[in-house]
Design a protein around this ligand. Structure first.
Ligand code: KIV
Ligand code: NA
Length: 264
């Protein structure tokens, strides 16, 4: 199949076709994900936890991401490939440009970075230099030390208002995609209606333009952590790794996943 593009993702939102997304870290899983017809693959800095066994994403480096992006890129033919900018590699526009260039030269089509505020300048700088950017708001795991844990964000009225303003701001700064992680379903619906760029939810309810899950979570591997509410084990119903990816894609497209009990 033809490789998905940035304009194609935007068209999917306009036409109400859900963007099925997943993380992957190596060529074998990438091949299987691609064969299942999944639209978008993220090489997430979650690799620090699921591949490296660390207890946060903070130790992940640009070298780590570039290595896994190159591995995943070899396994993909049609899916759109996004790379996470790891902790502080996006702290300044210049650092972010260097890190993004490495990710794109390794085979990614877009980079993802967490937050708004000072990151708006970074998003603008990258977008003006023809680097597609995915923003990431709500629970931003690179903020874990200041947040004190992985918790739902935007529950109080003031925090919800700020999240909506941040979503508008990242889109205005030039982001082409927006991940919403662990925010109330109603707020994610409001943000999705308010911005022209597609939203991809994880723990953000059924109204986002797309959904993403961490590969290992979707296969029922919880690596010793408590399983979050938004995770579903698709291996059980899919019967095989490929079957699990196909079941996930079908459930996202027909709107049966996520169901209300997967949201906040
Ligand atoms: O690193 C990651 O896997 C992510 C997704 C969960 C959105 O950022
Ligand atoms: Na991430």
């Amino acid at each position: 199949r033809a490789r998905l593009t940035v304009p194609a993702l935007r068209k999917m939102k306009a036409e109400g076709r859900r963007i099925v997304s997943i993380t992957a870290y190596d060529a074998s899983f990438a091949r299987s994900v691609d064969a299942a017809g999944i639209d978008l693959v993220l090489v997430g800095d979650s690799l620090g936890m699921v591949c490296q066994g660390r207890d946060s994403t903070l130790p992940v480096t640009v070298d780590d991401i570039a290595y896994h992006v190159a591995c995943v890129a070899r396994g993909l033919s049609g899916a759109f490939l996004v790379a996470d900018l790891p902790f502080q590699s996006d702290a300044t526009p210049e650092r972010a440009l260097d890190a993004s260039t490495r990710c794109l030269q390794a085979g990614a089509q877009m980079v993802k970075l967490e937050g708004a505020g000072p990151k708006l300048e970074v998003i603008r700088f990258l977008a003006e230099r023809e680097i597609p950017v995915c923003a990431h708001l709500g629970l931003t795991p690179q903020s874990v030390l200041r947040l004190g844990g992985y918790k739902v964000q935007g529950k109080e009225a003031a925090a919800a208002k700020k999240l909506l303003a941040d979503a508008r701001a990242v889109a205005e700064a030039g982001a082409d995609l927006l991940v919403l992680e662990c925010v109330p379903s109603s707020l994610a619906a409001e943000i999705t209606a308010a911005v022209a760029i597609p939203t991809i939810g994880i723990g953000a309810g059924p109204s986002c333009d797309g959904q993403i899950l961490v590969l290992h979570d979707l296969l029922g591997m919880n690596s010793g952590h408590r399983r979050p509410r938004f995770v579903k084990d698709f291996l059980a119903e899919g019967g095989s790794v490929l079957g699990a990816f196909q079941a996930y894609a079908a459930a996202v497209r027909d709107g049966s996943f996520p169901s209300p009990e997967h949201g906040y």
